[in-house]
Design a protein around this ligand. Structure first.
Ligand code: CIR
Length: 356
């Protein structure tokens, strides 16, 4: 049997994919022989094949998840598989509903007092969104990708006040602009093997780019893993202000470009892990004492549905006692609820840190 990494195209998956012992991906846990037999030659409404959906995790068997949708319809055309993936990852079952709510006035997050504010370096909230009338990035044509860029950037070009800014196309930005975007940590790069093997890097870098406002507190990535990643961030701990800006911007964009959404899966995203809200709300926070009590730290995180990461990216350790704390859940609870999760978790961590 061939190792996954020998696979060059989805059509090379001739039989049930080989997962070496020790494979833990969601794909390997959810794909059974029955599901394979049922779906192996199926396509969704846009012609995206089941083999394309499972290609990245079949090729890269050390994936955490290993599956991507080609369109909103993939989640339904390949339901016997995706229902299982979604239940396994989110605990959200076939009949569960998702209710979206971006109303920042419903947040219960009083400002942090000065000593607590001093522990928090920065706050960031992002959501992933895709346009209703198109397949996802893994399945769009070159022309459709350009149309998506055109729609989104024309909406952004009308932004005024604090949201007013400029769009930098990856293909045409100047070396000086590129250098600045790298320094600001705003640039996304191609060359991600997971995105590449999910067809999200076709025609790279055409039709990709980054918009940011003048104050560099509002950012939109266009045509990366999702057609839009809408990001709001600033120094300090004002979570409500960051969410308010995000919510206002997302609402304004949606007036021009309707987002893919339904009442079971919420907002539709390329990776099933982001379904629902597509929301990740995080702070970078110094917790040097709690850091030395790993078990207790993790217990608080679990209790409040938050995730602890190193502050320098998804798979980093921290050596300076600075952690990235974010909401763990994405689907089945509203955006407001998930930002609230993050606030509650951070509040509990700060309380314990101050006691130690
Ligand atoms: C994996 O399965 O490991 C990669 N496809 C990344 C999964 C995490 N999801 C994501 O970044 N949206």
């Amino acid at each position: 049997t061939l190792m996954g990494s020998h696979l060059k195209t989805p059509e090379d998956i001739k039989e049930f994919p080989y997962f070496p012992s020790g494979t833990t991906s969601i794909l390997s846990q959810c794909l059974t022989k029955d599901i394979w037999d049922q779906l192996k030659d199926k396509k969704d409404k846009h012609g995206f094949t089941f083999k394309q959906a499972i290609f990245s995790g079949s090729k890269w068997t050390n994936s955490g998840v290993g599956v991507y949708a080609g369109s909103h319809d993939s989640y339904y055309s390949f339901a016997p598989f995706f229902d299982k993936v979604i239940y396994k990852y989110h605990g959200h079952s076939k009949t569960d509903k998702h209710v979206s709510d971006m109303d920042y006035t419903k947040l219960n997050c009083p400002k942090f007092p000065a000593d607590e504010d001093a522990m928090i370096n920065s706050t960031r909230i992002r959501v992933g969104r895709n346009l209703a009338d198109y397949p996802l990035g893994s399945c769009v044509t070159r022309e459709q990708r350009l149309e998506v860029e055109q729609k989104v950037t024309s909406a952004l070009a009308k932004f005024t006040g604090d949201l007013k800014g400029k769009y930098y196309s990856l293909a045409t930005m100047t070396p000086a602009e590129k250098k600045q975007l790298i320094e600001d940590h705003f640039l996304f790069k191609g060359g991600d093997k997971y995105l590449e093997s999910s067809f999200l890097e076709r025609d790279w870098p055409e039709a990709r780019g980054i918009f940011h406002n003048d104050a560099k507190t509002f950012l939109v990535w266009v045509n990366e893993e999702d057609q839009l990643r809408i990001i709001s961030m600033q120094q300090g701990s004002d979570i409500r202000e960051v969410f308010e800006r995000l919510s206002r911007a997302a609402t304004d964009i949606e007036k021009v470009a309707k987002f893919a959404h339904d009442d079971h899966l919420g907002y539709i995203t390329s990776c099933p892990t982001n379904l629902g809200t597509g929301l990740r709300a995080s702070v970078h926070i110094k917790l040097p004492k709690l850091a030395k009590r790993q078990d207790e730290f993790e217990a608080i995180a679990n209790k409040y549905f938050v995730q602890i990461r190193g502050a320098h990216g998804e798979h980093t350790e921290t050596d300076d006692g600075v952690f990235d704390i974010s909401n763990l859940r994405r689907l089945g609870r509203s955006e407001v609820d998930l930002v609230q999760d993050m606030y509650n978790g951070v509040k509990a961590m700060i309380k314990r840190e101050k006691e130690l």
